[in-house]
Design a protein around this ligand. Structure first.
Ligand code: XMP
Ligand code: MG
Length: 179
C-alpha cells in the first residue's frame, strides 16, 4: 500500500468485479440500444476505460472537463464545462460517467445542462457515492460503492493530481492534506 494512505477500501479485484456487475446491469437496461458515454475528466477516465470494455451496445465516448475542485479537498460551488459542450446530445442515450458523487453539486448542475439539450435518455453512473456530504438532490442510476465521509484516492481519483495511478482505492492520511 502507498505510504500516504491510511487504509485500502477496495482492492483492484473488488473494483474489477463491481465494474463488471455495473456493466451487466447497463447491458440489461439498454438491450443493445446505442449509448453515448460522457466521461467527466480526469477522475473518471480509468473507471470509464474498464466499464466500456464490458458494454455490448454501440458506444460513442465523449470526454468533458468540469471546473470544480482545484487542488483542495473541499468542493467548490460553481460548475463550468471547460471548452463548452462540444458534442451532440439531442436524441442520444446519454450515460454520464463519474468517479464519485460527494456534495452532488457538480453532477446536478451538469445534469441540468444535458437535459436542456433534449437527450433521448439520461442516466448517471458513478463508481463511488459519499452520501454523508450531499447538498444537492441527486442519486446515481448505476452506483458502485457507498463510502463514508473520508477523502479517497486511487483508480483515477486524485489529491492535487497525485495517486490516480494506484490500482486500488484507499483513504488518504489526514496528515497528507493538513500539512
Ligand atoms: P461534488 O461535491 O460536486 O464533487 O459531488 C464531485 C467531485 O469532487 C471530487 N471528489 C473527490 N475526489 N476523492 C477525490 O479524489 C474524494 O474523496 C472526493 N470527493 C469528491 C471528485 O472530483 C468528484 O468528481
Ligand atoms: Mg471528478
Amino acid at each position: 500500500m502507498h505510504n500516504d494512505l491510511e487504509k485500502i477500501l477496495f482492492t483492484e479485484q473488488e473494483i474489477a468485479n463491481r465494474v463488471k456487475e455495473m456493466a451487466d446491469v447497463i447491458n440489461k437496461d439498454f438491450e443493445n440500444r446505442p449509448i453515448t458515454l460522457v466521461v467527466i475528466l480526469k477522475g473518471s477516465a480509468i473507471f470509464a476505460a474498464d466499464l466500456v470494455r464490458h458494454l455490448t451496445s454501440d458506444i460513442d465516448i465523449e470526454f468533458i472537463r468540469l471546473s470544480s475542485y482545484g487542488n483542495g479537498s473541499v468542493s467548490s460551488q460553481k460548475v463550468d464545462i471547460i471548452g463548452g459542450l462540444n458534442f451532440d446530445v439531442n436524441g442520444k442515450n446519454i450515460i454520464v460517467v463519474e468517479d464519485i458523487i460527494d456534495t452532488g453539486t457538480t453532477l446536478s448542475k451538469f445534469k441540468e445542462i444535458i437535459l436542456s439539450q433534449n437527450p433521448e435518455s439520461l442516466k448517471i453512473c458513478s463508481l463511488l457515492n459519499k452520501p454523508a456530504r450531499r447538498v444537492s438532490v441527486i442519486e446515481a442510476d448505476y452506483k458502485g460503492f457507498d463510502i463514508e465521509n473520508e477523502f479517497v484516492v486511487g483508480y483515477g481519483l486524485d489529491y492535487a493530481q497525485k495517486y490516480r495511478n494506484l490500482p486500488y482505492i484507499g483513504v488518504l492520511k489526514r496528515s497528507v492534506y493538513e500539512k
